[in-house]
Design a protein around this ligand. Structure first.
Ligand code: ATP
Ligand code: MG
Length: 574
C-alpha cells in the first residue's frame, strides 16, 4: 500500500508557494526594507526557542513565519536556542525542538546556534556598556531592586550604587565573573532612566550571579545574561535583519534597540512584533503543558491529544496541514483565539487528498449472506483514494460471513434511517446490493446476527436495473478481518477557554480518549507501518501509532473524524 508517510522531512523546502496572496504587515515591511536597499536587500530571520519544553502549535506559527519570510526573500533562517537560563533547560528539549522543526519541513541555515555560544562576546558587550557609563554593578538585593522600581504612575528611585565609576564597575563585574561573590549579591544593570514611562527602561538587570551548571557551558560561567540583552545582541551577532517576535515584547523593543546601540554592536537588527496564536479547546503555555505531563493527565509530551508538534505528529496530523493552517491564520497585530475547528479543517483537507482508504468496523455485528456458499470467497476491487487516481486499487476479500457496524442496522427504523433494516436493501461498498431477510437476538435482546441475500447481478455495488439504493455501508469479511486496537481521540478540553473559571485541569474532557479493542479491519491493514495514515471509510482518518503499532496487532489512532461533530462549521473558515 502506498500510504501517506515519510515524504516529510526528506528535504522539502517548506510550503508550496501560493498564488500571490496580499502581503501581511510583516512581509510589507520586509519588502519595503529590501526595496530601500537595507542590508543590501539581504533577509535573515531566526526561530529562537527556549529549550525548556516541547514545541507546540503556537511555535509552529512562528516557525512557518520566520522560515517562510526568509525563503520567500531568498534569505536564511537560523535555529537559535535561547539558552540563557540554565535553571530550566534540558538537552532532551534541544533535540526534540530540532526534530520538530525538521518534521515541519524546514531547514535552518548552517548549524544550530545557541545563545550560550555567544557568552564571551555578550560579556564583552557588557564591558563596553560599563566603560561607556551605560551599565553599573548594583549591590541592592533583588527585593530592594524590585521595591525601588516604581509603578506605572510613579517613577522609580535611583540606586545608591548607580553612580559608581566605570573603573569600579569594571572591577566588580570582573570579580562577579570570577566567582568572588555569592549568588544574588550583585547584578549588572543598564543605566537608562529610572523615571521612564516604560518600566522596561528603568535600569533593567543585564546580568545575574547564578551558580548553576549550564547544559552546554557547564561550570564555565557563574554569571548569566538576561533575556532582553542576550536576545538583542545574539540577533546582532548573527546579522538577523528582521527579528520577529510575539506582541508581549512590544514594550521591550526600546530596550532591544538600546542594547544594540549602546553596546556599539556593528549590526542593527529590527524587531517586529506579531500576535501570538491562541487556539480554542486547548492550552499553549509550556507551563501548563508541563503540568499536563507531570501530573499524568496525558501519557507524555507526545500524547496524541497534546497540542505539541510531537503530539500532533503521533495523532497523525501531516506537517503540510499545520503549515496550511498557520498560513491561513496569517499574522496580525492583535491577539485573538483561533477556533480549533480551523486546524481540524486543514487536517481533513490534507488527509482527504493524501490518505488511502480502508474499510474497518469499530462495533461489529455479524451479517450472514444466505445465498453465498459457506466455503466460497472472492476478492473485489476497491479504490484506494477517489481523490487521487494515481493511488490505484486494492483487493478486498468477500465471504458469506461479514461484519458491519452495529449502528448501521435497526430493527424498527424511524423514517429518516436509510441503512439496513428488515426488508431493506443497501449497498455494501465495492461489493453487492443486499436485502435484509431477518435477524436474531441474544438473551439480553441485543442483535446477534443479521441475515441477508445478495443480488448476484450487482457485483461491484451497482444495481443492474438502476434501482435506487439509498445507503452504502462499509463492511469486512469476518474470517479475513484483522483485529485491531483503535484509539478514538477527541478534544483534550471540553470548554473553549480552558482555565477561564478555575484551574484549567478542571476543564479536561473525560472522554478525550476511548480505546476500542473490538475493531476489525480489512487485511490490507497489515501493510501499514508506524506513522502511515489512512481513512477508514465513513469513520475518520487514522494513523498507525508510531510507538505501539505492529503488523500482527495493529494500533490505530484516530486523527480526526470525517466531519466536525462539535460546532456547525466554525467562524473562520474560508
Ligand atoms: P510559552 O508561552 O509556550 O512558554 P515561549 O514564548 O516562552 O512560549 P519560546 O521558546 O520562548 O516560548 O518561543 C520561541 C518563539 O516562538 C518565540 O519567538 C515566541 O515568540 C514564539 N512563540 C511562542 N508561543 C507562540 C504562540 N503561541 N504563537 C506564536 N508564536 C509563539
Ligand atoms: Mg519565551
Amino acid at each position: 500500500m502506498n500510504a501517506a508517510r515519510g515524504q516529510e522531512g526528506d528535504g522539502e523546502a517548506g510550503p508550496a508557494p501560493g498564488t500571490d496572496p496580499p502581503l501581511d504587515f510583516i512581509r510589507t515591511i520586509v519588502a519595503a526594507d529590501r526595496a530601500a536597499g537595507k542590508h543590501e536587500g539581504r533577509v535573515g530571520t531566526r526561530f529562537p526557542p527556549e529549550p525548556n519544553g516541547f514545541l507546540h502549535i503556537g511555535h509552529a506559527k512562528s516557525i512557518v513565519l520566520n522560515f517562510g519570510v526568509a525563503a520567500e526573500n531568498g534569505g536564511t533562517c537560523n535555529l537559535r536556542y535561547d539558552d540563557t537560563n540554565p535553571a530550566k533547560e534540558e538537552t532532551l528539549y534541544v533535540e526534540s525542538i530540532a526534530a520538530d522543526v525538521r518534521w515541519l519541513g524546514y531547514r535552518w541555515e548552517g548549524s544550530r546556534k545557541f545563545a550560550s555560544d555567544y557568552f564571551e562576546r555578550l560579556y564583552e558587550f557588557a564591558e563596553t556598556l560599563i566603560r561607556r557609563g551605560k551599565a553599573y554593578v548594583d549591590s541592592l538585593s533583588a527585593e530592594e531592586v524590585r521595591a525601588t522600581r516604581g509603578t506605572l504612575e510613579t517613577p522609580g528611585t535611583e540606586s545608591p550604587y548607580r553612580n559608581r565609576t566605570a573603573e569600579e564597575n569594571l572591577d566588580l563585574f570582573r570579580r562577579m565573573r570570577a566567582g568572588e561573590f555569592p549568588d544574588g549579591t550583585h547584578v549588572l544593570r543598564a543605566r537608562i532612566d529610572m523615571a521612564s514611562g516604560n518600566l522596561n527602561l528603568r535600569d533593567p538587570t543585564l546580568y545575574r550571579i547564578r551558580r548553576l551548571r549550564h547544559h552546554r557551558t557547564g561550570d564555565d560561567w557563574c554569571i548569566y545574561p538576561m533575556y532582553d540583552f542576550a536576545h538583542a545582541l545574539s540577533d546582532s551577532i548573527e546579522g538577523i535583519t528582521h527579528s520577529l517576535c510575539t506582541l508581549e515584547f512590544e514594550d521591550h523593543r526600546p530596550l532591544y534597540d538600546w542594547c544594540v546601540a549602546e553596546s556599539r554592536a556593528e549590526f542593527v537588527p529590527r524587531q517586529i512584533e506579531f500576535a501570538r496564536l491562541n487556539v480554542s479547546y486547548t492550552v499553549l503555555s509550556k507551563r501548563r503543558l508541563l503540568r499536563l505531563v507531570s501530573e499524568g493527565h496525558v501519557s507524555g509530551w507526545d500524547d496524541p491529544r497534546m497540542p505539541t508538534l510531537a503530539g500532533l505528529r503521533r495523532r497523525g496530523v501531516p506537517p503540510a496541514a499545520i503549515r496550511a493552517f498557520c498560513e491561513r491564520v496569517g499574522v496580525a497585530k492583535r491577539d485573538s483565539t483561533v477556533d480549533i475547528a480551523l486546524l481540524e479543517h486543514a487536517v481533513r483537507e490534507e488527509l482527504n487528498r493524501t490518505s488511502p482508504r480502508l474499510m474497518g468496523v469499530l462495533d461489529p455485528v455479524r451479517l450472514v449472506v444466505e445465498n453465498y456458499a459457506e466455503d466460497a470467497e472472492e476478492t473485489l476491487d476497491a479504490v484506494n483514494n477517489p481523490e487521487d487516481p494515481a493511488a490505484g486499487a486494492r483487493q478486498v476479500p468477500f465471504a458469506r460471513e461479514l461484519l458491519i457496524e452495529r449502528a448501521d442496522f435497526m430493527e424498527d427504523p424511524p423514517r429518516k434511517f436509510y441503512r439496513l433494516a428488515p426488508g431493506r436493501e443497501v449497498r455494501l461498498r465495492y461489493a453487492f446490493l443486499v436485502t435484509c431477510t431477518g435477524f436474531t437476538k441474544d438473551a439480553d435482546g441485543r442483535v446477534q446476527e443479521i441475515r441477508c441475500r445478495l443480488d448476484p447481478e450487482s457485483r461491484g455495488g451497482d444495481a443492474p436495473d438502476g434501482r435506487r439504493v439509498r445507503a452504502t455501508l462499509h463492511w469486512v469479511s469476518a474470517r479475513h478481518a484483522v483485529p485491531a486496537t483503535v484509539r478514538l481521540y477527541d478534544r483534550l478540553f471540553r470548554v473553549e477557554h480552558p482555565g477561564r473559571d478555575g484551574d484549567f485541569t478542571g476543564d479536561l474532557n473525560p472522554d478525550s480518549m476511548r480505546v476500542n479493542n473490538d475493531a476489525r479491519i480489512e487485511p490490507s491493514v497489515r501493510d501499514l507501518s508506524p506513522g502511515d495514515r489512512i481513512q477508514l471509510e465513513r469513520l475518520g482518518y487514522f494513523v498507525a501509532d508510531s510507538g505501539d503499532h505492529r503488523r500482527e496487532s495493529p494500533v490505530l489512532n484516530r486523527t480526526v473524524s470525517l466531519r466536525d461533530t462539535w460546532a456547525r462549521i466554525a467562524k473562520r473558515i474560508g
